[in-house]
Design a protein around this ligand. Structure first.
Ligand code: FE2
Length: 273
C-alpha cells in the first residue's frame, strides 16, 4: 500500500533556474541510473523476495527511491519551467519545451523514454543485492557529476542530500549481502567446473602506443589463478601460416595461367614464328 504525503522528503530550493541544467537533471528522473529505475528495481525485487527480513529492506529502500524521484522531479521542473514562456529557454531543449510545455517527462537527458530494460531483477536475492550495490554506485557518481556542473546553491544542497542517500543504501545492501553468509563466488546452486574456473587467459597481448603491456595483479596472479599466456597465439600462428600458403598457391596458379603456350611442333619445324 502506498500513501502520498504532500511534503517533500527534503526541501527543494532553486535560486536561479537553469533550463539546460534542468535537462541534465532528467537523467536522474527517467534515466538508466535514475530514481524511477531504482524505485522499480528494488520494489519488484522485494515482491519476488521470500526472505522476509531482506524483503523489508528492499521495500523500504524502493519506497524511499520514490521519494527521491519526487525530489529530483520537483527540482528539474523548477529549472525547466522558464521554457514554458521564454524562447531563449526553450532552445535549451525543444522537445521538453514544445512537446512537454517545460514540464518533466519520464525521459533521460537525451530525450529517450524510460524503459524497464534498465532494471536488473533476477529473482536470486544475492545476485540482486549485487546489482543494487552497483546501481547505487552509478547513481552516486551521476549525482556527483551533476553537482560539479551546477553553481546554484539551493540545487547543490538537494543533490548533496540525494547523493548521500545513495551511499547509505549501498552500505545497507552490502551489509544485507554479507549477512547472508554466502561465499561471494557461490552464485546459484551448480558449482563451476574445476580446472576451467582457475584459468586466467591473457587474451590482450602486445604493447600499446601508450605503453600498455600485460599487467599482473591479484586478479590474475596468486589467488589460485592459473595464468595462460597468449591462448589464442597458436591459433593465430596456424591461421597466418594457412593464409601465407594460400597466397603462395594463388600466385603460382596465376603464373601458370598467364605463361605463353609452347609453339606446336609443326610451327617449330617450319621455322615460322
Ligand atoms: Fe535515490
Amino acid at each position: 500500500m502506498y500513501h502520498h504525503i504532500k511534503k517533500l522528503m527534503y526541501t527543494v530550493r532553486v535560486d536561479a533556474p537553469d533550463p539546460r541544467f534542468g535537462n541534465m537533471l532528467l537523467e536522474q528522473f527517467g534515466g538508466a541510473n535514475g530514481e524511477l529505475a531504482a524505485a522499480m528495481q528494488y520494489s519488484i525485487q522485494g515482491l519476488n523476495c521470500t526472505d522476509l527480513a531482506r524483503k523489508d529492506l528492499l521495500m523500504d529502500i524502493g519506497t524511499e527511491e520514490l521519494s527521491h524521484l519526487e525530489i529530483v522531479g520537483t527540482l528539474a521542473r523548477m529549472h525547466l519551467k522558464p521554457m514554458k514562456k521564454s524562447r531563449e529557454a526553450a532552445e535549451a531543449d525543444p522537445l521538453v519545451a514544445i512537446a512537454g510545455g517545460g514540464g518533466i517527462t519520464l525521459c533521460n537527458s537525451m530525450g529517450n523514454p524510460w524503459t524497464a530494460d534498465y532494471l536488473k531483477i533476477t529473482g536470486e536475492l544475492d545476485v540482486d543485492l549485487r546489482s543494487n550495490i552497483a546501481a547505487e554506485a552509478r547513481a552516486k557518481i551521476v549525482y556527483e557529476r551533476l553537482i560539479n556542473f551546477c553553481d546554484d546553491a539551493g540545487t547543490i544542497d538537494a543533490l548533496q542530500f540525494l547523493m548521500t542517500r545513495e551511499i547509505t543504501h549501498m552500505k545497507a545492501f552490502m551489509a544485507a549481502l554479507e549477512s547472508m553468509g554466502k561465499n561471494p563466488l557461490e552464485i546459484g546452486a551448480i558449482p563451476p567446473t574445476p580446472g576451467i574456473v582457475d584459468k586466467f587467459f591473457n587474451d590482450s597481448t602486445g604493447e600499446g602506443d601508450e605503453g600498455e603491456s600485460d599487467a599482473r595483479g591479484p586478479w590474475n596472479e596468486g589467488n589460485g589463478f592459473d595464468y595462460v599466456e597468449g591462448p589464442a597465439k597458436p591459433i593465430a600462428e596456424a591461421t597466418e601460416a594457412e593464409v601465407r600458403s594460400e597466397i603462395v598457391q594463388g600466385v603460382s596458379r596465376t603464373r601458370r595461367a598467364t605463361k605463353p603456350s609452347p609453339r606446336s611442333k609443326r610451327l617449330r619445324q617450319s621455322g615460322k614464328n
